[in-house]
Design a protein. Structure first.
Length: 440
């Protein structure tokens, strides 16, 4: 009896039948390394553009936004295929394939010498990240019981936070360390990319060994993309599903803005206004984002537990309001290297992770069981649209208005979602909670 109980739990999270603690540990390991890679690519991009490609600062905002926008198009057209393939060959093989593709892209990145090559390698990385992102959402649904989804998502947030902190406190410091040893900026950049390619490849092998081939919940997906889309959009008649879709749009857009523009803002200001070398400005940006991710990591399990205990629609409203407050406050900061940015970074970290957790547990609660895959597919699609708007319009605002422009845009959109949520929240009836009704 004791052994069976241990096998069915990972910390506070109760596991589905047949899932072991080792399987869950491997999954959380993947949340660390995937976020390390996801955050590395955009945050290291200012160094690539300035030192390795010599792109003028006046063009870096648009190029950064367009690269992320292009990557999201690749994700948009591939994400459904990865999910279907995982039903047929097993989650871990798709998971591992995603890491291998990212490893290949990172291996090629140091060879870039033209903008078209940069877009090609970014597309390859996006194809891999699409597989990994799909599996992160799918595997946790396979492994964790619905009633503990908030706790499971909170632990996922901790894993994400650790990965992001490793990026900012270790990886982003590497060029500065390598250049101090006598390397040129180009050599330091190349070696950094090689190290990350190795991490991606090793992660793929670990996933093949540590995850299950298939679980009892996996089913053959035989629906067409059109049918999935119809079912997913029709489910938005439920106000809870609609609110989750809107929160996905905001929360994923928020994450994209931090990854794409926060580092770029600090680096361009540090080099142009304070005369810092790019490597030192990048390290400064890493420290600031590290503060943001530390608060995200600390608040993730707390908000995850709260999301299991409170009305999940209310959790979404609170999370989006916190994020909107943090993102909007950037307008009052003219120097992103000043102490004032630390408070803003903390608010952004808490808000962004809370939004991801709250929207995830709400859609898990509200999605009808018989079309859950379709609903979560549209939920992911809304997040993709959020990223595309954040990076596409955000890049133009960054270069042509203010560096804070992308943050202000999504702060305003977030407050709209808060208002809509307050209007419809009493019409949201909790589902998929084993008959338990979450208190209002």
């Amino acid at each position: 009896m004791t052994t069976e109980t241990v096998q069915k739990k990972f910390g506070p999270v109760r596991l589905m039948q047949g899932v072991t603690a080792a399987n869950m540990f491997t999954y959380y390991f993947a949340t660390v390394t995937s976020l390390l890679l996801f955050t590395f690519l955009p945050q290291f991009q200012p160094f690539l553009l300035a030192e390795m490609l010599a792109i003028p600062e006046s063009q870096q905002g648009v190029i950064s936004g367009n690269l992320t926008f292009f990557g999201e198009i690749i994700i948009l057209v591939s994400i459904g295929g990865w999910g279907t393939l995982s039903d047929k060959i097993g989650r871990k093989f798709v998971f591992a394939a995603g890491f291998f593709l990212m490893a290949g892209a990172l291996y090629l990145y140091p060879n870039v010498n033209t903008i078209p090559m940069l877009f090609a390698f970014r597309g390859l990385f996006a194809l891999g990240s699409s597989a990994v992102t799909t599996m992160i959402s799918t595997v946790i649904a396979d492994y964790a019981m619905d009633e503990d989804r908030g706790k499971a998502s909170g632990l996922q947030g901790v894993g994400n936070g650790i990965g992001a902190l490793l990026t900012v406190f270790v990886v982003l410091q590497l060029p500065k360390i390598f250049m101090a040893d006598g390397m040129s900026a180009l050599e330091a950049g190349r070696l950094t990319y090689m190290a990350l390619a190795g991490i991606a490849a090793i992660s793929a092998v670990i996933l093949i060994v540590g995850l299950q081939n298939r679980t009892s919940l996996q089913k053959e997906q035989k629906k067409s993309i059109l049918q999935i889309s119809r079912e997913g959009f029709a489910a938005a008649k439920d106000p809870g599903v609609a609110l989750a879709y809107m929160a996905a749009f905001i929360s994923r857009g928020d994450l994209a803005i931090v990854g794409t523009f926060f580092t770029l803002w600090v680096v361009t200001y540090g080099t142009s206004q304070k005369g810092l070398p790019t490597s030192e400005a990048l390290a400064t940006a890493g420290m600031i984002i590290g503060i943001s991710q530390t608060f995200a990591m600390i608040s993730a399990p707390i908000f995850g537990m709260l999301a299991d205990r409170m009305n999940r629609a209310n959790a979404v409203i609170i999370a989006v309001a916190l994020a909107s407050l943090g993102y909007g406050s950037t307008i009052f900061v003219s120097d992103p290297t000043s102490p004032a940015i630390f408070i803003v970074a903390a608010l952004i970290g808490i808000g962004e992770i809370s939004g991801v957790i709250a929207s995830g547990v709400l859609i898990a609660q509200q999605a009808p069981r018989d079309i859950r895959g379709s609903v979560i597919g549209i939920f992911s699609l809304c997040g993709t649209f959020g990223i595309m708007i954040a990076t596409g319009i955000g890049g133009q605002l960054f270069d042509n208005w203010l560096p804070q422009g992308p943050f202000v845009l999504f702060s305003a959109l977030g407050w709209i979602v808060v208002i809509v949520g307050l209007i419809i929240r009493k019409r949201i009836v909790p589902k998929n909670e084993g008959g338990a009704v979450i208190g209002h």
